[in-house]
Design a protein around this ligand. Structure first.
Ligand code: ADP
Ligand code: MG
Length: 678
């Protein structure tokens, strides 16, 4: 009970261990590269909004007094309004100029001062009022998106119950080191990534993977090697931030707090906010020319009185109005706000999107390539046949296989070794020199003999002889959907083990949803034989399957498809598919919670080992893409309308300010719709 209380108390405090990156690095957004800290001095977070509202009140008061009192009285009120409306704008302008940057804040301030100069106090105050109000609403909106990421950082508890001999004491999670043993009480949060060494429980992993069905966990039978964390079966592993069920657990810590899956997810999401999308890069380039062009135009307009028969004040007024109308505030914030909201929404759905680039790219794809084993299939195949060749002793064969495959990362290898352990096979000795041949198999030394386990291609390439009789038998097994693994010892075939993998339960439904979203080309790339690939394709609805591929050939196919104009995403487990994922427009890794490699290398990582998150994240990206388009249309459209109107003296400062600030706010709130996607 004690423990629960502390947890709840600590969880509600805002700055969290994995979170400071957010607080210290407010994303630099658009034209308004604001630093947040100095705003919190007076009335906390709302200072900016308060000041804006005060500016509004004094503006209204100033305007009202013009009807009753002397002009001086209203000027005083307007001046106060200027102060509140311009306070933060001025601070930011000064900071901007110190950093050698002319930003919109400066332009707005200049416009307001210009307005005062020609006696248009009211309009100048209106400009500063709306500009500061717009800013505070913008920040409010952006904070909303950031808070949903911060919530993620608050998932892990702050303290852990560290076991020391027969007693236990509560320590901050930062003090835990790999190898420590922590006690996890029933129904409490797990404090660290680790391996269960005693106790069983159903763990709710939703905070990390989004999977709501609790996962059954049991102790690892041997003394765990904490270095092996990534290679252990999921049923022994737990993650910081997940919630223990009814059992009492003892967990050997495998990661320091800063390296836990959830801490890395948060760090990557934070990084993602700063990764620019292609639209953003484009806008940045345009702005480089646009902003100086506007300034030149405005300076020219100042001298309109030389060619046009008008007073200087009139020219100045027009120049100020055009300046406001042409400022690309809405344009600058249109994409970052959508990216931030999209990344935040995905993170809440346990999907990591690493920034604007993959978000936009994913919204653009028209084809998906899937890996087979472990992606479309469960990757937990059942053992179907054990054949020893030429009278080789079967139990010896199985010992060799277990000794080697228990040290391989491949999903098939894991299932085979699990099945053999279930059968009661034990191998006293461990294999050495275990070397994975990606997409083909594995080689090793066991009891001073060379062992090769893998597909035909691997054995052929190592010169192992396969008799015609064996070939025929193999083909027969493959035709019925088996994946065969051939075992050779000192270059002689000693046995064949076959397994059969089944499609994931959600594969068919997912493929159908993707087709419904308009994705026509859904292909499968597999290192397994063509017959098995075809069988799985037929069962899942994949449109085209290519088997017998080496990893390099997968790359070639991806390159060729992209050269032919496909906008391709590659979905894999992120471990042995990393190169193919890196080469495609968007690399999507599944089950990233269990794999550091997947989390680091993928552009998009589905934390849960669940295909059905794929339509969600693609749908979200498509939505983000259309919102970005709408935002560009709104922001550019407003500039296109306002600039001619102000140039021709049709629109005055008031409408220019309202149009300019209005479009900025519309754009931000439009982007926020992504936060509530689906
Ligand atoms: P997929 O493309 O379907 O995910 P991979 O490229 O990972 O398949 O593997 C292709 C084939 O290589 C497997 O079907 C299997 O026959 C063989 N193979 C790969 N790794 C191993 C291993 N550790 N042990 C035995 N066979 C393996
Ligand atoms: Mg694979």
């Amino acid at each position: 009970m004690e423990k629960r209380k502390t947890e709840i108390a600590t969880n509600s405090s805002t700055p969290v261990s994995a979170g400071p990156a957010i607080a210290e690095n407010p994303a630099k957004i658009g034209c308004c590269t604001h630093q947040y800290h100095h705003k919190h001095k007076y009335f906390g977070e709302k200072t900016e909004l308060f000041f804006a509202l005060l500016a509004g009140i004094f503006l209204a008061a100033g305007f009202t007094t013009t009807f009753f009192l002397a002009a001086e009285a209203s000027v005083i009120l307007y001046l106060i309004s200027y102060f509140f409306g311009g306070y933060f704008t001025a601070i930011e302008s000064v900071q901007g100029i110190r950093n050698g940057k002319f930003e919109i804040d400066f332009l707005m301030l200049a416009a307001a001062i210009g307005a005062a100069f020609i006696g248009q106090w009211g309009e100048g105050a209106l400009l500063l009022f709306l500009f500061s109000l717009g800013h505070s609403l913008e920040h409010f909106a952006m904070d909303k998106a950031k808070k949903s990421i911060q919530a993620l950082a608050g998932v892990a508890p702050k303290t852990a119950l560290l076991k020391q001999g027969s007693s236990a004491s509560e320590v901050p999670i930062e003090q835990l080191v790999p190898g420590d043993v922590i006690i996890v009480k029933p129904h409490s949060k797990i404090a660290a990534d680790g391996i269960i060494i005693s106790g069983s429980s159903a763990v709710n992993e939703a905070p990390v993977t989004g999977e709501s069905i609790p996962a059954d966990k049991k102790p690892y039978p041997q003394k765990p090697d904490v270095e092996q964390h990534a290679h252990l079966p999921k049923e022994h592993k737990v993650y910081a931030g997940t919630i223990n069920g009814a059992g009492n657990l003892e967990v050997a810590v495998t990661k320091v707090a800063a390296d836990s899956t959830i801490a890395r997810l948060v760090a990557l999401v934070n990084e993602a906010q700063t990764q620019k999308s292609s639209t953003q890069n484009f806008i940045t380039k345009v702005e480089k020319y646009y902003v100086p062009a506007v300034l030149i135009l405005v300076v020219c307009l100042l001298f309109a009185f030389l060619v046009k028969d008008e007073a200087f004040n009139k020219s100045l007024y027009r120049a100020i109005t055009v300046l406001v109308a042409a400022s690309p505030c809405a344009l600058a914030i249109s994409t970052p706000s959508a990216v931030l909201s999209g990344v935040a929404r995905a993170a809440r759905g346990s999907v990591l999107i690493k920034g604007g680039k993959p978000l936009e790219a994913l919204g653009n794809i028209d084809a998906i390539a899937f890996d087979k084993t472990g992606t479309l299939t469960t990757g937990k195949p059942s053992l179907t046949n054990i054949i020893s060749v030429d009278g080789f002793d079967e139990s010896n064969l199985l010992k060799v296989v277990l000794a080697v495959e228990s040290l391989s990362d491949h999903p098939i290898a894991k299932s085979v070794s699990d099945a053999l352990i279930q059968k009661g096979i034990e191998s006293e000795a461990r294999a050495t020199n275990v070397l994975a041949v990606p997409g083909q198999g594995v080689t090793a030394t066991f009891q001073s003999k060379e062992v090769i386990i893998g597909n035909r291609a691997l054995l052929h390439s190592r010169g192992v002889f396969i008799s015609n009789e064996m070939e025929a038998r193999l083909s027969g097994l493959e035709a019925s959907g088996n994946t065969a693994m051939l075992v050779a010892q000192n270059n002689t075939l000693i046995g064949i083990i076959t397994v059969m993998d089944t499609p994931r339960a959600d594969a068919k439904q997912t493929i159908q949803s993707l087709k419904n979203m308009g994705l026509k080309k859904l292909i499968m790339l597999s290192g397994d034989n063509q017959k098995v690939a075809d069988a799985i394709a037929a069962e899942t609805g994949i449109t085209h399957a290519i088997g017998n591929l080496f990893p390099e050939q997968k790359l070639e196919i991806i390159e060729k498809m992209q050269a032919d104009g496909s906008r391709l995403a590659m979905v894999g487990d992120g471990v042995n598919d990393a190169p193919a994922m890196a080469r495609s427009a968007v690399g999507i890794a599944m089950g990233a919670a269990g794999s550091d490699v997947a989390l680091e290398t993928a552009d998009v990582a589905l934390m849960a080992d669940k295909l059905s998150n794929l339509p969600f994240v693609i749908g979200l990206s498509k939505k983000a893409k259309s919102i970005i388009r709408q935002n560009l249309f709104i922001s550019l459209g407003m500039v296109a309308v306002l600039v001619p109107l102000t140039l021709l003296d049709i629109a005055h400062i008031g409408p220019a300010v309202i149009g300019h600030e209005g479009s900025t706010i519309v754009v931000v709130f439009n982007a926020l719709r992504l936060l509530v996607y689906k």
